[in-house]
Design a protein around this ligand. Structure first.
Ligand SMILES: [Fe+2]
Length: 516
């Protein structure tokens, strides 16, 4: 199945809304804010956290984006407008937010009072400068029958290893939603055949993290994907540091020092994403796990499996990696989500009434045994390092039986399809959920041989492919869930093109995917 690609990205970004449309101007006029010169909207615009009556609108004023933003140490008024049409003839909501230095002059406008399940267009103004126009979409009414819902999910966008052609492709589709599953930035430089550079070292302070986000968000393809649809986003490890777990990090051994860095990293993440105020960090903590409803068709549970997890097992503080099993790994109290989030998720799964329940989390949930690498070795940074936490999550699904549970993930830089068994030791028992993992936007993937061995040794894993970059699309109807693995031909080229690598279908009422 191919989706319409009706919306040229230039229509959103260049401020030119198509030759036939001339947007009505902002009717309020405001003097240029003191000390701001040049275009303050260099980092684009975004929307997110769609509810049936509203969305969060985001921008950040940054006329000199790679030098701390270039804004004065003072609040600046930012006006926003929401219209029912692309030409802004029917403006239905407007307001003013103060962009303050403490939040890097970012704006998170929580718009309410909109109608459910329809597109809206939005834009900002600061002084005389007007932002590009973005399109967003409210969630369908919670009680309403939804015939179709289309979303994409993506993760892992190491800036140096490729261009964001995947996002250009995503922006050209008519999507209801984009879900980002983490590694939106990378803190470190690595990889081969780099096409562009971070130019600076590993960020550890708030100004350094802000500049890293600014670098990524200067990419016009990423800006286009944000401007085309509302996003939900969760972080993984590289928004802070490789393979961290709660306050443990093999790169910053002192937990107090690490938490100080985590606070800066979480703060910068919030400042650069279309997140609601409920996700705003308080020191080193921030609540990003949340449930979103899309009519009677879809419930999305966003998880945070980094902030609360137990320290990696069997490595004694070293980098997790794939290591021999040890008794610590199977301790019952080991957690991936933390006690509070685990209880919250159980409640949400119990109360989910939607046709499809999507658990959106960071990494591969299916067990991946690696006999070719020696008996009983596990990747300790993923769910295999937390088998009882995984069992409790799958027990919750098996007990409460939401109609069609689907787990989505990223992190592995490879496409995976798997059946999730309640107990990996009894792989012949019927699976309780279907899993899809999307590949990376740019980050280098695993070797082919390792994946071939994994497929051979893990019959519940139906598909694994790590040689292509891209993302995944999901087309939901009451009858079926169609997942497309969308792959770039060459991520080292700015004009790389995307085509469908594989299509999988889950039928309503059945666990497990078949390739079509
Ligand atoms: Fe990654």
């Amino acid at each position: 199945m191919s989706w319409n690609r009706k919306l040229p990205r230039r229509g959103f970004l260049a401020g030119s809304l198509g030759s036939a449309l001339i947007a009505a101007p902002f009717t309020i006029s405001r003097a240029a804010p003191t000390g701001v010169s040049g275009n303050p909207f260099t980092l684009g615009i975004a929307s997110g956290a769609p509810r049936e009556d509203g969305v969060v609108l985001w921008t950040r004023l940054a006329p000199r984006p790679l030098e701390g933003g270039g804004m004065p140490e003072a609040p600046v008024a930012v006006d926003w407008q929401v219209a029912e049409d692309e030409a802004f003839a029917r403006i239905v909501a407007r307001g003013t937010e103060q962009a303050v230095p403490a939040l890097a002059h970012s704006v998170h406008a929580e718009v309410r009072g909109l109608r459910p399940g329809r597109p809206y267009w939005y834009r900002f103004r600061a002084g005389a400068a007007q932002s590009p126009v973005g399109r967003t979409r409210t969630a369908p009414a919670s009680a309403g029958a939804v015939p179709r819902f289309r979303f994409a999910f993506a993760s892992c966008q190491q800036y140096e290893q490729g261009y964001f052609a995947a996002y250009r492709d995503m922006a050209a589709r008519e999507l209801d939603l984009v879900i980002h599953l983490g590694d939106y930035i990378y803190e470190k430089s690595w990889g081969s055949r780099l096409v562009r550079r971070h130019e600076v070292g590993i960020p550890t302070t708030l100004p350094e993290f802000r500049d890293r986000y600014a670098l990524y968000k200067l990419d016009d393809d990423l800006q286009a994907a944000h401007a085309a649809a509302p996003w939900l986003s969760i972080w993984d490890d590289h928004e802070v540091a490789d393979d961290y777990a709660d306050d443990r990090s093999y790169t910053t051994r002192d937990p107090a020092r690490f938490l100080k860095m985590r606070a800066a990293a979480y703060q910068a993440y919030y400042e650069h994403m279309p997140l609601p105020a409920s996700a705003r960090p308080r020191g080193p903590s921030a609540t990003i796990y949340e449930r979103y409803r899309f009519g009677d068709l879809l419930d999305v549970m966003l998880l945070d499996d980094r902030q609360y997890r137990s320290a990696p097992a069997c490595v004694n503080g070293a980098r997790p990696g794939t290591v021999p099993d040890c008794p610590e790994r199977t301790l019952e109290e080991r957690t991936m989500l933390g006690r509070a989030q685990e209880a919250w998720l159980d409640t949400e799964i119990r109360s989910s009434k939607a046709r499809w329940t999507v658990v959106a989390q960071q990494t591969l949930m299916a067990e991946l045994d690696r006999p070719a690498e020696g008996a009983h070795r596990y990747w300790m940074d993923g769910w295999d390092g937390y088998p009882n936490a995984r069992r409790r999550l799958l027990d919750s699904i098996a007990t409460h039986r939401p109609r069609n549970p689907v787990v989505i993930g990223g992190d592995r830089h490879a496409f995976f399809v798997a059946d999730l068994a309640r107990d990996p030791a009894r792989p012949t028992a019927p699976p309780v959920a279907t899993e899809f993992v999307g590949t990376s936007i740019t980050s280098e993937g695993p070797g082919a041989k390792g994946l071939r061995d994994a497929l051979a040794a893990n019959p519940h894993v139906k598909y694994a492919r790590g040689d292509r970059r891209g993302y995944a699309t999901v087309d939901l109807t009451p009858a079926r869930c169609t997942v497309g693995f969308e792959a770039i031909d060459d991520e080292k080229r700015k004009d790389g093109t995307v085509s469908r690598l594989a299509t999988f279908i889950v039928e309503d009422g059945a666990v497990g995917a078949r390739q079509s």
